[in-house]
Design a protein around this ligand. Structure first.
Ligand SMILES: [Zn+2]
Length: 582
């Protein structure tokens, strides 16, 4: 990589491009060592940062914008950049893995293949779901072999330390396209607390993706990227930073870094300090070839599931993020110069209010007991395929918006189409059988003659809005409506037989240990912020409807590279300066 001529980009606007190209040409001519860095990319940004805040809903910045006091925090987008407050994912499976894949690839699930965080794939594992990024062909790098073992840590044999890779990601990312356009000279890295959130947005050609070992908080990777952690990562892991984060989280010590530190504001500065170490040690943005870094801050999601979007804890997290992001970009300004940096800011999905709190205001929200739903569906299938028996036709764990079948349970003569249709047929009655929620009780009915009525609002019953089999989704048997488009974008061939199930808005599965979640095609799950900072953007507050897929398309246009392979986004031309730099 030693090809830095020390040519510092002199600002970044169209008028300087030719001059810069001429200077660079002379430098290349005058260089004693042959060097092709920069030839493909004259006067492009030195560094593109894609910043994702996990579960950061699109209304948060408007809700709290009067409280943002920093220059380079959220105001980097709200005041100095182009900010879009009407940005919605155009698909129905708003989970973390597909969200991050969508941000990187500019495609939806029907383009990149990632349908959920994990799913049943009986060809790979019959005991448990497989994660979106686990890959048994590799092993995890860095949690034990290079480092002292923490007291109480169970050391798994190498064979059990299953690695990770973008094997299920069937499309390139914007970072991949920059790597391809520069013959691999551009550097590409991904960082998150979560493996899926570092691997999927960065892409197939990433030099490395880093995430944390959930027990210790150490940054780790996979042999897909490297055989051994670089020295600087080992130094970060063995330095004082983990203990500092634990202390900032108000803990004495922990073997549950992800759960306990990961849900606090301390986790954001911890991640951003790792990003700084990476930028410094991997020398990102130090030469004319554009590098790409994706950073996904996870703490907001871990906290948000537990406390809900309308809690004071969430507000404090947003205000703290403003300061952490300000510190990071102020540091980056000194290190690389923000004139040489383009930043895209968004989230992987939104979040629903806590069902009971929405119900207090009169919204027909409800929690769905997925186990009870499964019992009803199994009963209907036994009646049809195995009368008198109690066979289990569904996989033992389920995660909406997909209900996964167990193909092994069905008689050999039953096709996937017929099996899925039988489940789909059973679902409306199974929802009705769930009845009113057991608590809080709100069924004090007055009886007058043969009539019963309530003097107060009743709790809502769980209801289903949409059901479709995998076979029908694959065949395109989807309503030709706006809603149908969201569903079509959610099709995946990954995993086994499934039926897509969308409950009515503000309803969600009963949650164990958390209080709210995201998974649906409804607006609160699809609404995310979108902000750009960079010399080619016209600063402003934009109300046009945009989507996170537009990030990759816009960056590709800006950088003069191909859009990612399955990209369906649009270039946000109305927010870009014209050829005269206006
Ligand atoms: Zn997420």
């Amino acid at each position: 990589m030693g090809c830095n001529h020390g040519a510092r980009c002199m600002g970044y606007h169209a008028g300087m491009r030719r001059l810069f190209a001429a200077v660079l040409f002379l430098l290349v001519l005058g260089s004693s060592a042959p060097c092709v860095r920069g030839e493909a990319y004259d006067a492009k940004p030195k560094l593109v940062v894609i910043l994702v805040i996990d579960q950061f809903r699109g209304d948060y910045l408007d809700r709290f914008r009067d409280s943002f006091t920093t220059a380079n925090g959220f105001n980097l987008f709200l005041k100095k950049g182009a900010y879009f407050n009407d940005c919605y994912f155009d698909y129905a499976n708003t989970k973390t893995a597909p969200g991050h894949a969508t941000i990187g690839t500019g495609a939806y699930t029907d383009g990149h293949g990632i349908g959920s965080n994990e799913w049943w794939d009986l060809r790979r594992n019959t005991d448990r779901v497989v994660s979106s990024v686990e890959d048994e062909r590799y092993r995890i790098v860095g949690n034990f072999e290079d480092l002292p073992v923490l007291p109480g840590t169970v050391i798994l044999p190498t064979a059990a330390r299953i690695g990770a890779s973008p094997l299920n990601l069937h499309a390139t990312t914007i970072g991949d396209e920059v790597r391809l356009a520069t013959g691999g000279q551009a550097k590409l890295f991904g960082i998150s607390l979560k493996d899926r959130a570092s691997i999927l947005p960065s892409g197939q050609t990433a030099n490395a993706a880093y995430w944390i070992d959930q027990a210790s908080g150490r940054f780790i990777s996979s042999t897909y990227y490297m055989a051994k952690l670089p020295d600087w990562v080992i130094a970060f892991n063995t330095g004082p930073r983990i203990a500092q984060a634990v202390k900032e989280a108000g803990l004495a010590d922990t073997n549950e870094f992800y759960n306990l530190v990961g849900r606090t504001t301390a986790a954001n500065s911890y991640e951003l300090d790792f990003a700084k170490a990476l930028i410094e040690n991997e020398k990102l943005g130090q030469d004319p070839v554009t590098d790409v870094l994706t950073v996904s801050l996870s703490a907001n999601d871990i906290l948000g599931h537990q406390m809900g979007p309308d809690s004071d804890d969430e507000k404090q997290m947003v205000l703290s993020l403003d300061h952490d992001i300000d510190s990071f970009f102020t540091w980056l300004d000194e290190k690389v110069g923000l004139a040489n940096v383009v930043v895209a800011f968004t989230a992987d999905h939104g979040i629903a209010p806590i069902p009971a709190e929405a119900a207090k205001l009169g919204v027909a929200s409800a929690s769905i007991d997925l186990d009870a739903l499964g019992v009803s569906i199994d009963a209907a299938l036994n009646k049809r395929f195995s009368p008198g028996m109690k066979k289990e036709y569904l996989m033992p764990t389920q995660e909406l918006p997909y209900i996964q079948l167990d193909p092994r349970a069905f008689p050999k003569t039953v096709t996937e189409k017929d099996a899925e249709q039988a489940v789909a047929d059973a679902i409306p009655a199974a929802f009705r059988a769930l009845g009113p929620p057991p608590s809080p009780p709100n069924n004090n009915l007055t009886v007058e003659g043969d009539r019963k009525y309530s003097d107060t609002r009743l709790d809502a019953n769980p209801t289903v809005a949409f059901v479709r089999t995998r076979v029908d989704l694959a065949d395109g048997k989807i309503p030709a409506t706006e809603f149908g488009r969201l569903i079509a974008h959610s099709y995946t061939a990954n995993g086994d037989w499934y039926v897509m199930v969308v409950p009515t808005a503000y309803q969600m599965e009963y949650l164990n240990g958390i209080r709210t979640t995201h998974f649906s095609p409804w607006s609160y799950d699809r609404h995310v912020p979108l902000g750009f900072y960079g010399a080619e953007f016209v600063p402003g507050y934009y109300r046009q409807q945009v989507a996170p897929v537009d990030i990759a398309a816009t960056l590709a246009s800006l950088l003069g590279v191909n859009a990612p392979s399955a990209s369906v986004g649009h270039v946000l031309t109305f927010a870009l300066k014209d050829a005269a730099g206006r």
